[in-house]
Write a protein that binds this ligand. Structure first.
Ligand code: SF4
Length: 270
């Protein structure tokens, strides 16, 4: 639970971009015998806000910035075009190990409700000790600005809320502040529809945008990709299990907290 006074100063995990950077400069550096100073971490993100994030003063788990350069997906597409690379003729290849494995839970982070669904897949199995019959939480999918659901997990009614877009985020925050809602778990994405509709994503001409729900089409691509994955839950990712066994210890350990967590403070616009 977050209570009203906590809404001014939230402790949270870092963003996926920063967590990857932090792990690459600590765990990966140690495993490969590299000096973190010699690693340059470049992120490709749907988000322009990530460019600000790399300079925040608590994003340097190894004593050097977790991420060195953050470019948007739109910038990457421009670079590919500018260099004359025919992307479609390139052969497919896997990601490099030891951090090359991904799951469907990671893929759906890009759609509003996806982070919540990924967390629920793990939380439900952890709390019940049983395998989920169905890993898809349909009630929190879709592009509506606010979604609410109650799930009975191990005898508890877990109340969840998902908001995307800042006016919807305000609506949820006001409800919590005023004591009108007592959610156990809230997911907020600044961009309407989530990161699939982020400020760094390819722009779509109004001729198309006026007739197609682009964020819904992009979210569908993520959910289809999730469905096709052999592993769909984060806690079953062999790379993540190994990372905890070999390096971080237990989820929530002091080391995990130091490397993967940050806090957010209220900022003035002026
Ligand atoms: S929702 Fe928007 S602002 Fe938030 S991380 Fe995704 S792209 Fe960035």
């Amino acid at each position: 639970h977050y209570y009203p006074d906590q809404l001014e100063h939230l402790s949270s995990c870092k963003s996926p971009q920063q967590m990857f950077g932090a792990i690459s400069k600590t765990y990966y550096a140690q495993k490969m015998g590299l000096d973190p100073e010699d690693i340059v971490c470049v992120s490709v993100m749907p988000c322009t806000a990530k460019k600000f994030e790399i300079d925040r003063d608590d994003q340097n788990a190894a004593g050097v910035p977790d991420v060195d350069i953050s470019i948007t997906t739109r910038e990457l597409a421009r670079l590919i075009r500018k260099l004359g690379i025919d992307f479609r003729s390139l052969p497919d290849e896997g990601f490099d190990d030891p951090l090359g494995e991904s799951t469907g839970a990671g893929v759906i982070f890009g759609a509003t409700g996806g982070v919540m669904e990924a967390a629920l897949r793990t939380a439900v199995e952890t709390l019940t000790g049983e395998e989920l019959a169905n890993v898809e939480f349909q009630e929190i999918r879709g592009t509506q600005g606010i979604k609410e659901a109650v799930y009975n997990v191990a005898g508890m009614n877990v109340k969840v809320a998902v908001a995307s877009g800042l006016s919807n985020a305000r609506n949820i925050m006001d409800k919590i502040r005023n004591g009108e809602a007592d959610y156990h778990f809230v997911e907020i994405m600044c961009c309407p529809g989530g990161c699939v509709n982020g400020g760094g994503q390819p722009q779509v001409h109004a001729d198309v945008r006026n007739y197609e729900d682009i964020k819904a089409a992009r979210a569908k691509a993520l959910y289809d990709n999730d469905k096709a994955k052999s592993i769909r839950k984060s806690h079953e990712n062999p790379s993540i299990r190994k990372l905890y066994e070999e390096f971080l210890g237990e989820p929530g350990s002091e080391k995990a907290h130091h490397i993967l967590h940050t806090s957010y403070v209220k900022r003035s616009i002026n």
